[in-house]
Design a protein around this ligand. Sequence first.
Ligand code: ADE
Length: 225
Amino acid sequence: MRIDIVTVSPELIKSPFEYSIIKRAIDKNFVAVYFHNLRDYALNKYGQIDNTQFGGGAGMVLMIEPIDKCISKLMSERTYDEVIFMTPDAPVLNQHTANTLSLKENILILTGHYKGVDQRVRDKFISKEISIGDYVLSGGELAAAVLCDAIIRLIPGVLGDETSALSDSFQDNLLAPPVYTRPREYKGLKVPEVLLSGNFKKIDDWRHEEALKKTKKLKPGLLDD
Ligand code: ADE
């Protein structure tokens, strides 16, 4: 998979890609991630990429021209399966979307900043809009990093034990059951007996029951889907 990220602040978004599972996925060529600085496509020598809104109102808006130059160049080099815009006024990211995107070849992600982007960018270039939650961040960079993390860990082969992604919370619309490790008892707090029983059928049943209980209690809406 290849992911291109178009941003005003490449430095803000880079570090999540330099650690842990995501770094390993890049090192092992499961995914290549490229950052494109919108300022390299600025209108003038002052690096202009934004302007005030027509009709008045506070906040600067990213202009269409630099974005067109950058995105059109990338699109002339390859075909993108999705061109995604990170924005709070979009459907919220969920595991189903992450699963679907993890199977794509080329993804382009545009991150907004300031007040947003000229609507014509969204109308002309964007195939999918994604929010990471109903709150507003200063820009889409952190949201794009969250999206990439959710996608990259699902690419087949990225997680050593593939079943560990399948047993994540939200796969099968269930939250993950509780997990325990050594010691068996800590200051009177015990690990449930069944997990020490060695009876894998019982353990599976228990985990399913716990996952159901937890989902009913914390996110009952998942069970309606
Ligand atoms: N940009 C600003 N806030 C955002 C959010 N909640 N999700 C995605 N992009 C954003």
